[in-house]
Structure formats: C-alpha cells, structure tokens
Design a protein around this ligand. Sequence first.
Ligand code: GRF
Length: 218
Amino acid sequence: MSPQRTRTAVLISGRGSNMRSIVEAAQKSDFNASIDLVISNRGDAAGLAFAQSKDIATITIEHKAFASREDFEHEIDAVLRAHQIELICLAGFMRVLTSWFVQKWSGRLINIHPALLPSYRGLHTHERALADGVKIHGCTVHFVVPEMDEGPIIAQAAVNVRDDDTADTLGARVLEQEHIIYPMALDLLAAGRLLVKDNCVRIKEAHAQDQALRVPRL
Ligand code: GRF
C-alpha cells in the first residue's frame, strides 16, 4: 500500500458496478485512494453486498426519512466526517445534491456520467445518442458543481456506435469504459495530480502510453 492513501467514500443508489471497479482498483498497492465507506440512499442497492464482502463500511441513509434535501445531506456530511473521508465518488447516486453540499466538497467530489459531456446531460443518454445517429459516444468523469452534469472534465472515453446497437448494447460498451476511467480519475485526484484552471483540468506529469480513444492516456 502506498503510505498515505486518500480516504474515499463512494455514494451509490443501485447496482454499484462503478463502485466495484473502484474498490477492485484500490486493492492494488500503488493506488492512491483507499475506499473506506460506501453510502447508499436505498437499502436495497445491490452494490451494498459487494462492499460488505470486501469489509468496507456501508451505511444506508434513506433520503425518504428526511424532511428536506438539506437534512438528508447534513446527515451524509456528518457520516463522511465521522469516517474522516477526504474524497467522494458519486457512482450512480440518483439524488441531486444542493449547492451547499457541492460547495462544501468542491474539488473533492467527482461523478461519472454515461455520455461525452457536454453532450447528453441528464438521463437516457444511450437512447438519445442512438436517436441522434451519433457515431461516437462514451463516458465522462468530472468534478461536481452545482449545475447538473457540468463541472471540469477529468477523463473521457469514447466508443464507436454500431448500426445494430440498442441502448443496452451501446450502454454495455460504455460501461466497460466507465470501469476503466473512473478508477483512473480517482487515482489521479488522490495523487494530487489534477490542476483546474479556467474550468479545464490539466494532469501533472501525463505521458502517452496507448492509443485508445481514452483521455488522458496514461
Ligand atoms: C452508470 O451508467 C453511471 O455512468 C451513471 O449511473 C450508472 C451507475 O451504474 N452515473 P452502476 O451503479 O455504477 O453500475
């Protein structure tokens, strides 16, 4: 294990496949983040069982149990602080966060979105990409800002769109890429290698290693 791994929480609402890819990446000794907490806003989130199987602390904070979004987020924030969390990955966390929470965690809160932002913000990205006939689609890891699906872009990966694609087949290929770029982006953030200037992210000491349509190429 690297000496000072950055304590990280992953927030999920469901399947948790991105959380799983992050947890598995963090098992490598040279990964710069440790996954110390998984929070779900739903007790039936399938991803919780995987995290528990890896002896990661899991907590369900049901949003429905709180009178307001702010109350819900104050509870999340308190739990994060109790676990000395430094970074947060949103991974299929299906709650919109308020400016209060986002600003509190500014620069330490990242998200994965299943499209090449700034195209296809919001839901049903694969269906909309197919309906538009785009030839290239993909996924994006970005810093979270109060505006939904905006914020400085850390990493993106592209996949080609095939003539016979359905939302499911296209989404499955995009998901494979999500599982590659999300751990990569977290590792860079945890290592302190991301510089944000004028809404753009630059990576310290980046070097090309492969020719994949995946940026950054490290
Ligand atoms: C992923 O497609 C991610 O891009 C989006 O929500 C989905 C979550 O999937 N934000 P999973 O729970 O990580 O499997």
